[in-house]
Design a protein around this ligand. Sequence first.
Ligand code: CA
Length: 229
Amino acid sequence: MAAVNTSILIVEDEPSIVQLLTFTLKEGGWNALSVSSAEEAWESIQRRMPQLLLLDWMLPDQTGLRLLSRIRSDRMLQELPVIMLTAKGMEEDKIAGLDTGADDYITKPFSPRELTSRIKALLRRKSPEHAQSTLTCGPVVLDPVSCATSVNGEKIDIGHAEFKLLKFLLAHPARVFSRGQLLDKVWGTHVVIEERTVDVHVLRLRKALGEAAGLIKTVRSVGYMLSEK
Ligand code: CA
């Protein structure tokens, strides 16, 4: 199965740092994309929304801060997790970044390990389905890095769409989602699929889960939720 598409966009103009960031992200199990200017970053985000942005402060065309404020004033992008990369000792930069809406910052030179744990923490906080940590509910265990799912310790066969759906539901247990919300959250807002399609995938997911099928609850006239009770 293809890796689950958690993409992180790197906005940085220093090639050696881009290289280190790309390597670190891939090691962490994420897809890494990189651009070297604010304008390219904006275009890239419009084309395909990443799940997180690593944003350098000093870019050739404008400051990362300016791009950040543009991002935060766009209704579609208000929730996009952003980590700013700042130079050592620039305390005021950090404060300005956080004031403008950065979720976190990391100081250059950074340790790849620290970066990985900051990204995980931020994704866990803002979009748990992208954190790449193991998700469980009752007998179901899903490992986002190896893309393996098991029920009572037995590995199960599961399609890509069902895997994404299960991952999302495991990350948000005991919460009801409408079909439209699931389409947006699991398939992305740029994908045109009918809401009925969600039902088909839920059906397949339940079948794949076998004895654990009951974890996926239908909430009448609302949608679906994952719950042990
Ligand atoms: Ca730079």
